[in-house]
Design a protein around this ligand. Sequence first.
Ligand SMILES: Cc1cc2nc3c(=O)[nH]c(=O)nc-3n(C[C@H](O)[C@H](O)[C@H](O)COP(=O)(O)OP(=O)(O)OC[C@H]3O[C@@H](n4cnc5c(N)ncnc54)[C@H](O)[C@@H]3O)c2cc1C
Length: 402
Amino acid sequence: MMNDICIVGAGLWGSSAARHASVPGRKVCLIGLSEPHEKDRPSRDIFASHYDAARSVRKYEGSDHFRSLMTMRAFKGLQELEATTGIQLNAPTGHIFYGKDIESIVVPIVKEKGDLLTAEGVRERYPFLDTSRYGDTAMLFPVDGGLANPRMIVHAQQKAAALQGCDIIDDVVDSVEELGDHTHGEPVMRVLTKKGRRLLAKKVLLCTGAFTQLKDLLPPSTKLDFVIDGTFTVRLEVGEGDLKKLCNMPTLTSFTDFEHNCYILPPIKYPDGKYYVKLGPGYQDQRRLTTLKEVKAWFLSKPDPKLVEKYRDLLLSIIKGFNPVSVKTDMCVCSRTPTTLPYCDMVSPRLGLAIGGNGFGAMLSDEVGRMAAEMIAGGENWNRDIPREMLKAQFVTPPSNL
Ligand SMILES: Cc1cc2nc3c(=O)[nH]c(=O)nc-3n(C[C@H](O)[C@H](O)[C@H](O)COP(=O)(O)OP(=O)(O)OC[C@H]3O[C@@H](n4cnc5c(N)ncnc54)[C@H](O)[C@@H]3O)c2cc1C
């Protein structure tokens, strides 16, 4: 059967695109893998960047004008999704940027929403937080930001998409190809899967995150300017006493010396029933990965113990008097574009993509999914006031039809 739109990649962006694309009279399918159980991980080669219990999600991203416009819309979109599905997605803890000269880093549309503080001012509001070692400025966003569970966002988006008629298929796509000589006269896209499915669609949208160039999804010889960085998180278990003390802790992001940049999340309940404070590096201490084999090996590995110690110490230098019960780590990958903005673009008249979270993909997810859904459906004003040029895919080797 012919699909109008086939969306490949059932992660944060693909699931959002599926919800926004599924309108009456349009046949849409979403194809991607559900999260593997621990025991199945070694036999997987495709993973995802959203396998976690929390992401920092805020209305005002802050460091880029266009990204902030997108997060403002995405935040509203998540609130609407919460209302439609009845699934709670946000925990409004508030957010703090801290570090050096924060006022000059935060973009004007966001600045007016935050409270400019000194490190001492942070300490007055949150006596257990001391950011002074990393700079004397901070900006607090007491509302409109906090934590969201990425697994629950994916679940809610897919629930809403399915209710709107979207067909959701649990499989890996091995190849996407345009067939020029289809019997109906028009060229058609053919999607072949690992489990042997053969799907036909008028258009295909790739929302395959870091894995986009690791299967045959793009036209032959095409190479995007798009990289994968292996990264990790360090989680410190919070005991009962500390849990009470940290109960009003916000999410934090730093702009300080390169080697100390990080994001920090307040206590989060993980599937093992325990609470952890989590942090991860900014752009530093990551490993560039290029092949499927390297990415798989990264997901199945552990971070360098010296780096785990570095980030544990960094966290303990900020959260005063915290006595972690244990230390855990998780591996992940971050996809990066040279623009630091998502690529939301058509690669050919029948193939589009929405990829490149650059570490902001959860807070952007609902809006990028909406833009991509309207773009692939042929909508005119999908990008609203964000110039398409800013979202255009850049290539090392462009597809031959460009
Ligand atoms: C450690 C870490 C912390 C982060 N923290 C934050 C944060 O606090 N706030 C924030 O906003 N963002 C954060 N991010 C970024 C955010 O999680 C990602 O940008 C986001 O997951 C990107 O969404 P996506 O849909 O593009 O990719 P993904 O969520 O990875 O989804 C892509 C999906 O496509 C599937 N797929 C790929 N190839 C195929 C194929 N061939 N066939 C079928 N399916 C396929 C994958 O299995 C996956 O399900 C963090 C990322 C990491 C790694």
